[in-house]
Design a protein around this ligand. Structure first.
Ligand SMILES: Cc1cc2nc3c(=O)[nH]c(=O)nc-3n(C[C@H](O)[C@H](O)[C@H](O)COP(=O)(O)O)c2cc1C
Length: 400
């Protein structure tokens, strides 16, 4: 038993998550795909950017707050939607309580383990995330349900490519966790008594279903049942995106944009915001780090829609770098999942506090009084760093 559950960096939260979680659950959070190149580059790219600090004239008071899609947030950091299964018995409810207590917005995945109504009851500001999956009627029903529960925006994630296989191996996740199946996982779970104890105390096993994808009056599909529906759905066109946008009616965030031409098409389809994202390196491996693609996307459409980014954010300084390169805010994925695994709601709060402290320190050292003052001038940017995908600035093709 750890005497002090507080941790000082996200790296330490990850170490604790690895120690506490059964290896299958930990492996599902690490995720990644193929070589894991994109996943690693997302974090490494932040380390390639430097700061250009100022020495005198620092501000005693600094403000870190902003708004995202009209919703005030105390920090330019949002909880990114993740299909969290079996990390913690309270799952997304614990994350939402942490988001509410720290005044940040939470994106709730349609693959989440808790019903949107239960998550909304925490009082957190919620954005509901949807994939293009199922029939139009089922998508409308899911949106209606999220809207009635109080979701303030829709996040539509469109970058998933169903890649399969990781060089380091994928965890074996069961379709359903009944007692018989649970017994198969005993060797994986027994060495993790703290995790097991949390579930035993909660009185149930992880249920591995997706309650927000249930048709009204029917059972929640299993995680793999939902995944199957998604795989069999014909991928959307830009017209479909415009339809979805219209059906939702309210603020609409398209998550997963990498290319400048796609960003412009997204604006034409009527989105209100987009997130430059490669799904945390979980799908098309060797897609470049998102922070490298951000500046060109922000320059192309940042005056028309809100531009966010996600992928690889592990420090408050990373948040400052993303804002300096044109993001209005960032979304975090694994960082809060490590916190949740390490210490439940308090662990997620701990993660948000680490990011707040690091961002405040960067704003102080760079001589600003607000996150809105951050600019590329605050950074040391290697000449080959920014990448424009799908725009005029292309890498020349060498003819043989
Ligand atoms: C375990 C895991 C599950 C995820 N599930 C979803 C999901 O259900 N919906 C979604 O839009 N993105 C999902 N993502 C992607 C995250 O929202 C986000 O884009 C990514 O984690 C950002 O990278 P980071 O983990 O380096 O912060 C998931 C990511 C992870 C690691």
């Amino acid at each position: 038993m750890l005497r002090n559950p507080w941790f000082e960096t996200i790296a330490e939260a990850q170490r604790r998550a690895e120690r506490r979680l059964p290896s299958t659950v930990y492996g599902a959070l690490v995720a990644g795909s193929e070589r894991g190149r994109t996943m690693d580059e997302n974090t490494e790219a932040f380390a390639r950017l430097g700061f250009a600090p100022r020495v005198v004239g620092h501000h005693a008071q600094r403000s870190l707050d902003t708004t995202v899609l009209g919703v005030p947030t105390s920090l330019p950091v949002l909880i990114s939607p993740t299909g969290v299964q079996a990390v913690h018995p309270e799952g997304e409810v614990a994350v939402a309580r942490a988001a509410a207590s720290r005044g940040v917005v939470m994106g709730l995945s349609s693959f989440a383990s808790k019903p949107v109504e239960e998550v909304a009851a925490t009082g957190a500001d919620l954005f509901f995330q949807l994939y293009w999956s199922g029939t139009r009627a089922s998508m409308v029903q899911r949106m209606d349900r999220a809207r009635s529960a109080g979701a303030k925006a829709l996040i539509v994630t469109l970058d998933w490519s169903f890649s399969n296989g990781r060089d380091w191996g994928s965890p074996a996740i069961p379709e359903r966790l009944d007692l018989r199946t649970a017994l198969r996982f005993v060797p994986d779970v027994l060495p993790r008594p703290a995790w097991l104890w949390k579930y035993l105390r909660s009185g149930r096993l992880p249920d591995l279903t997706t309650p927000n994808l249930a048709a009204s009056g029917s059972h929640a599909p299993t995680f793999f049942g939902a995944y199957g529906e998604w795989m069999q759905t014909s991928p959307p066109t830009w017209k479909d995106v415009a339809w979805l946008r219209k059906e939702w009616g309210g603020p609409f965030l398209l998550k997963g944009v990498a290319r400048v031409d796609d960003a412009k098409r997204a604006v034409d389809a009527g989105v209100s915001a987009l997130s430059v994202s490669n799904h945390g390196g979980n799908n098309l491996d060797t897609t470049p780090a998102t922070i490298r693609m951000l500046p060109f996307v922000a320059a192309a459409v940042g005056d028309q829609v809100e531009v966010l980014m996600d992928g690889g954010v592990r420090r408050g300084g990373d948040v400052a770098k993303a804002l300096a390169l044109g993001a209005r805010a960032v979304l975090i994925g694994r960082a809060y999942l490590w916190g949740l695994a390490a210490n439940g709601q308090a662990g997620v709060e701990n993660v948000l506090d680490i990011l707040r402290g690091g961002l405040d320190s960067a704003v102080l050292g760079l001589g600003h009084s607000s996150v809105h003052d951050l600019s590329p001038e605050d950074l040391v940017i290697p000449p080959d760093f920014p990448l424009a995908l799908g725009a005029a600035a292309r890498v020349p093709v060498v003819q043989p």
